[in-house]
Design a binder for this molecule. Structure first.
Ligand SMILES: [Fe+2]
Length: 438
């Protein structure tokens, strides 16, 4: 008998889209919001306007935001990112840099806040999550803009890339600390691949040419147009910051896929270290509506001159959304945080979600278990006298609504510092960030 396709996972349970944009003021708080937190937590995700999408990654972007000021949870808002496609005014050309959704991440740089998706230009967002319009850097940016740019804490530069199914397949860009696009370097790739993230260190950038390749047939079917390849050789491309394409050096890795790099840095002898959420395989035969692969934390070490990375699993639990204190981007991090994604492929299976704090320097892992809760990504918030805080949305299955949960980063096992009760469910989304008031 043919298999009957159930509701795809991204339209079911707490992945299901919400219908309305709402605004709520003065939210109830359990515990105490740290008084020094003054700003906005904003998190992006896919929330298809008409309730349907061909893949979790393809729905219209919606940002959920909570403003914290003076120890209070001032407001909650959720707003769709009003791209031309959302408004029904897109060209329909899949290569149109103004024709996509903006559903993946929120990143602030040089006084601007971007809603990002990897196949389009950034959309700028205002302080109450209103859409302001596309940013093309004065007409100079002619490629898509990754959802995972990196801000160098030492120079204030914004490093990013764009990848495309059409040549040039990969272009590396740098904007200076004032937000002006100052460098664009096209890099050679043999074939178009899905490249979701990259790595920055003090002296290098590292690109991931991994075996999930562009597939036109899948594109025609309206799903994510990428599939696993047994023949595409997996490699990392290492480029010194400031160098031209001729300085790009390739290093082999085991077959596998990485959406997210937690961080990368350089050791004293020049060895590059990357901590990544690594999938042994992804999307064989194309993305599935029911299958959910699991990643684990893996370390890639690239010695100077080596043509192959040394690979070590740092843990065997299933994790995603690795994050660090971004003041350490490109520098040795010591501590990394990630969300445990459950024991099996069924993310809706009963079971408590957890956040893991990896103390990599001391080889010690600690957990915060969200009893009855399903966590989304947690972002790090610097401040206070120590390691700062971690902040993210947790869906409370009993209450049928979500909380913004704030944990002390140094002691994730402790009870939350604060739980801000939101008036509604916040669906499982992608990436958020804390944007302090200027
Ligand atoms: Fe991502």
């Amino acid at each position: 008998m043919p298999e009957v396709e159930a509701t795809p996972y991204w339209l079911d349970g707490n992945f299901a889209p919400v219908q309305e944009e709402i605004t709520a003021f003065t939210l109830p708080v359990e515990g105490a919001v740290p008084a020094e937190l003054s700003g906005l937590y904003a998190r992006n995700g896919a929330n298809p306007r008409d309730g349907h999408s061909g893949h979790w990654f393809l729905g219209d972007g919606m940002i959920h935001g909570v403003a914290l000021r003076g120890g209070r949870a001032e407001w909650y808002r959720n707003r769709w990112v009003r791209t031309p496609r959302f408004e029904g005014r897109a060209s329909g050309n899949p290569l149109d840099l103004r024709g996509s959704v903006a559903n993946t991440s929120v990143v602030a740089h040089a006084g601007r806040v971007f809603a990002l998706v990897e196949n389009a230009l950034p959309m700028t967002i205002g302080p109450e999550l209103e859409t302001l319009g596309y940013e093309d850097f004065g007409g100079r940016l002619t490629t898509p803009f990754t959802a995972h740019p990196k801000i160098c804490p030492e120079t204030g530069e914004l490093h990013f890339f764009g990848y495309s199914p059409m040549p040039p397949y990969l272009t590396y860009h740098v904007a200076d600390r004032a937000g002006a696009l100052v460098r664009s370097v096209a890099l050679p790739l043999p074939a178009p691949v899905m490249m979701h993230d990259f790595a920055l260190t003090r002296g290098h950038v590292v690109f991931m040419d991994l075996p999930v390749v562009f597939d036109l047939g899948l594109a025609m079917r309206g799903t994510m147009p990428f599939t696993w390849s047994d023949t595409h050789a997996p490699r990392l491309g290492v480029l010194p910051r400031g160098a031209g394409a001729e300085a790009l050096r390739w290093v082999s890795v085991e077959p596998g896929y990485v959406f997210h790099v937690g961080n990368a840095y350089e050791e004293a002898d020049g060895t590059l270290v990357l901590d990544v959420a690594w999938y042994p395989e992804l999307w064989r035969g194309g993305p599935s509506a029911s299958r959910f692969e699991s990643a684990r934390l893996r370390r890639w070490r690239i010695a100077p001159g080596a043509d192959r990375a040394q690979e070590t699993d740092l843990d065997d639990r299933a994790i995603e959304f690795p994050r660090i204190d971004e003041q350490r981007t490109g520098l040795a991090h010591g501590v990394l945080y990630a969300v445990q994604t459950g024991a099996g492929p069924d993310r809706d299976a009963p079971g408590d979600g957890a956040l893991v704090r990896y103390d990599l320097a001391r080889g010690r892992n600690t957990l915060h278990v969200f009893a009855g809760g399903i966590p989304s990504e947690f972002a790090h918030v610097p401040g206070g006298s120590g390691e700062g805080w971690l902040m993210g949305f947790v869906y409370d299955r009993i209450r049928g609504a979500s909380d913004l949960v704030i944990l002390a980063a140094s002691d994730v096992e402790a009870a939350p510092v604060a739980r801000v009760h939101l008036p509604r469910r916040v669906l499982q989304g992608f990436h958020g960030t804390w944007i302090p008031d200027a």
